[in-house]
Design a protein around this ligand. Sequence first.
Ligand code: NAX
Length: 328
Amino acid sequence: ANKPISVAVTGAAGQISYSLLFRIASGALFGLDQPVSLRLIEVDPALRALEGVAMELDDCAFPLLDSIEMTSDLKVGFDGVNWAILVGAMPRKAGMERGDLLGINGKIFGPQGAAIAAHGASDVKVFVVGNPCNTNSMIARDAAKDLPADRFFAMTRLDQNRAKSQLAKKAGVAVTEVSNVAIWGNHSATQFPDFLNARISGRPVVDVIEDHDWLHGDFITTVQKRGAAIIDARGASSAASAASAAIDSIKSIITPTPEGDCVSLVVPSRGEYGIEEGLQFGFPIRSDGTSWRVVEGFDLDDFAKSKIAITTNELIAERQEIKAILAN
Ligand code: NAX
């Protein structure tokens, strides 16, 4: 039998984890011949709720679930892990400024990055879901100087999946016909969901969907504001779809990307498309199963460039704010 893969999940008693953990334990992420050890990390007040989650994981009798560890101690939580999935974050509360949110999360993700570098397995990779996820992944990366930067990812896959679904609906085709959907920039309302390079049944979306006003307008805003629309309808933020996107993301890192397609991931910029080096930026990515690269040669017109400039500037502003906060 394969040796268990060890996976840490923070925010393990939260609502995304309530969906995510069960899919990891069932084999939906690493495959049906790969045992998994879960290391569940929470803050002390949530450890009791976490016990309930662990009881339910036990009650599923998952054949692939080798062990469960629960802790609020980062040293224990990240000990020997191959993957660190950082879901736990401080949510934005009414009246909270973005700077407050950045500051609080900076103090969460810095120590987590340092603990992952100190205690994780030699091949550890880090996937950040907790918002603001681009900047949080940059903070963790900067605190983990011993680890190569290309091990740090954050999630724009939910946005990619949302965009895919909107395009498929509009064109009246199955989602499987839609490919090459990139999400540029920040996982926030400034992101640019790219319809210019996306394809439907191999043809440019702009040739298949004739309503170009919709593409430039409602399509973009629907994807940008989908999170708020879910909260409005459900009374709670997206959880099952976020967990599903996290599974899709990590799978797409460890599996070769299908020919002619890309996946959307937040990764460290090396200056591709003129994006400032070092930002954790949403790009179109291709993986060969072990390493990844930003897909080059996407056509960006003035409209796309202006949208990408907005989201880039937001990330630069977040980086400046967090630097100022963490320096104090
Ligand atoms: P919940 O509030 O249900 O759960 C968060 C959990 O994290 C709580 O149980 C809390 O105790 C725990 N936590 C807080 N600080 C922690 C710390 N320092 N160490 C360990 N655990 C800690 O939120 P949930 O709905 O699960 O969402 C989690 C995060 O995902 C939020 O930041 C949310 O904004 C973000 N999202 C990111 C998405 C993306 O596409 N990147 C989409 C979905 C979601 O909005």
